[in-house]
Write a protein of this length. Structure first.
Length: 125
């Protein structure tokens, strides 16, 4: 996993269904999903919360934990949806990055998490 696939909110973009569709160009197989290369690779500081948070929107912080309002209610809400959909926590990701550093976080990301079985069943139903 590449560092650029870790969004400011702590999302591991490589788990996202829209990233997986982009990576595998899966619409060629008859799907109709929006492609997304991730927040950072496409030049967005944060596509989920950048419009709500001036610091993220203007690129003044790399990660939400660098903000004095961390964790804000919007991030908590986003984390709840991420946990329900991907069974991972953005807040836990951010804490790991904050406490252990990006290199340790990246090493702990399981490459088998790519293309999770969970979203395969969600997409086809």
């Amino acid at each position: 996993m590449k560092e650029e696939l870790v969004a400011p909110c702590g999302m591991n973009c490589s788990l996202c269904v829209n990233y997986q569709f982009y990576k595998g160009d899966l619409n060629k197989e008859g799907f109709h999903k929006t492609y997304c290369p991730g927040c950072i690779p496409r030049g967005e500081n944060c596509t989920h919360m950048g419009y709500k948070c001036r610091l993220l929107g203007e690129g003044l912080v790399r990660f939400c934990f660098q903000c004095e309002k961390y964790p804000c209610k919007d991030l908590k809400s986003l984390d709840k949806r991420y946990r329900e959909k991907y069974h991972r926590s953005m807040l836990e990701n951010l804490e790991e990055i904050r406490l252990e550093g990006m290199d340790a976080f990246l090493k702990n990301q399981n490459p088998e998490m790519d293309l999770p079985k969970l979203w395969r069943t969600q997409v086809r139903t």
